[in-house]
Write a protein that binds this ligand. Structure first.
Ligand code: FES
Ligand code: FE2
Length: 457
């Protein structure tokens, strides 16, 4: 365990624990939305895709954030490069996003501009410009090369920042990176990934997932299976949340939830089957099957902590037999890491030992009432058996979302509209369960120079 990890276990838990209120400007103001470009989005590290998406030299993807479009390309077997997606001649976007697609991706030996045919190699150097003799001053390499963007990787994701002065990615991500490293997130692969446009600010969309306070009311059926309420902590730029769990059941703070009924064997199986069918998140076929074997494998009256141990051990062994090796994580780290991290400003990692559920949200143009929202489920697969997935645009009422996520979706536009009402004084998040919401605005304020949460009292 690193020093950073140790201090994250203890030092920051009490930050922002007193009641605060947040102004509505950050959600509603067109001026604030416009200012986010120069003060926020061009300054932070943003997650733009998975390393495995760019496996071969020449594989590229694009990432759009407001007016900026960025190309990330594997320029050599061990090198990723990122460039502004704009031709240095007269500013045509170099790679077009296909209509209706989230991004462009593919494999190229070079990038060719469709306007006057200038060409660029994978290092971003201009390799062809017609009739160069017409520029007596010379088209020097630094005049014609693609603008460089910083790129790095962590957790199996590709991250970019447009700020040459930004701190290194690893530093930026602490203490999240230290506490999540043992989960080996880089070994997970997409099971599915979907995106859509919501009629709400990107913060409204993210904030719907960064707390457990809503679970009993937005997802009442989950209360049949146990208690899904939990804590929320400010962790510097980032935050995390976890379930309240009895002592000795720290694993149960993770997404591998034990059902709480008179018979933990049965309630665990019910919870697993419900989650698999209605959310298709936070579990895997192996975990569901192992839960369904509990009644046959354990005697009636087995204490809940024993049921949990047996269930996880049995799933772990089943997976190991098919070449899927779960990481072994210190229970103290499992407890401290909780169930999900909110990586500033717009990415949530809901980690577990063999699967994860991640969300991100970003502006859709400069309209504060719209955002692009993405959800992806990842899993440990046997090598070579990873499913082939693409980002699929999936409207909120599409049955592919199943039933649980649409319950969250139903709050998005309603919150955005509600906050505009004259009678609303500003959000006042629960200081224990929704501290991550306060911390997001606390950190946003340091970038934006406005909107710091105020004491409620
Ligand atoms: S704008 Fe690209 S070649 Fe002219
Ligand atoms: Fe929810």
């Amino acid at each position: 365990m690193t020093d950073t990890t140790e201090s994250a276990l203890t030092a920051t838990e009490e930050a922002l624990s007193t009641p605060r209120t947040i102004g509505v400007e950050a959600y509603l103001s067109p001026d604030y939305a416009r200012a986010e470009r120069d003060k926020l989005w061009t300054k932070v590290w943003q997650q733009v895709g998975r390393v495995e998406e760019l496996a071969q030299v020449g594989d590229f993807l694009t990432y759009d954030i407001l007016d900026d479009s960025i190309i990330v390309v594997r320029s050599a077997p061990d090198t990723l490069r990122a460039y502004y997606n704009v031709c240095s001649h007269r500013g045509r976007r170099l790679i077009d996003t296909p209509p209706g697609a989230r991004e462009a991706h593919g494999r190229r030996k070079q990038f060719v501009c469709g306007f006057h045919g200038w060409r660029y190699d994978l290092e971003g150097r201009n390799t062809f410009a017609a009739e160069q003799q017409d520029w007596p001053c010379g088209l020097t390499p630094d005049r014609t090369r693609l603008g460089e963007v910083r790129v790095d990787t962590w957790g199996g994701w590709i991250w970019i920042t447009m700020d040459p002065e930004a701190e290194p990615l690893r530093e930026y991500l602490e203490p999240a990176a230290g506490l999540l490293d043992p989960f080996q997130l880089e070994n997970m692969r997409y099971r599915w990934r979907r995106w859509l446009v919501f009629d709400c600010n990107w913060k409204v969309a993210l904030e719907a997932f960064m707390e457990t306070y809503h679970v009993p009311y937005t997802h009442p059926e989950f209360m049949n299976f146990g208690n899904f309420l939990g804590w929320s902590r400010a962790q510097g730029k980032h935050s995390n949340i976890g379930y309240d769990a009895p002592k000795g059941m720290e694993e149960n703070q993770a997404k591998l939830r034990l059902g709480a009924g008179p018979d933990a064997r049965m309630s665990t199986a019910e919870l697993q089957n419900f989650t698999w069918e209605n959310a298709n998140t936070n579990t895997t076929r192996t975990l569901v099957d192992a839960a369904n074997r509990l009644v046959a494998e354990l005697p009636e009256g087995t204490p809940a902590d024993q049921v949990l141990k047996h269930w996880l051990q049995s799933a772990r062994e089943y997976d190991a037999d098919r070449g899927v090796v779960w990481p072994t994580v210190d229970p103290q780290v499992v407890a401290a890491a909780g169930t999900a991290w909110q990586i500033f400003p717009n990415f949530q990692i809901g980690h577990a030992l063999n699967n994860m559920l991640c969300y991100s949200a970003r502006p859709y143009g400069y309209d504060p009432d719209k955002c692009i929202f993405e959800a992806a489920v990842y899993e440990l697969f046997p090598a070579g058996q990873e499913p082939k997935t693409e980002w699929e645009y999936t409207a909120a009422d599409d049955p592919a979302w199943r039933t649980v996520l649409p319950q969250d979706f139903s709050n998005m536009a309603a919150v955005q509209q509600g906050m505009k009402t004259r009678g609303f004084a500003g959000p006042m998040p629960n200081p224990y369960r929704e501290r991550s919401v306060v911390n997001l605005h606390h950190n946003l304020a340091t970038y934006m120079g406005t909107g710091a949460p105020r004491d409620l009292a």
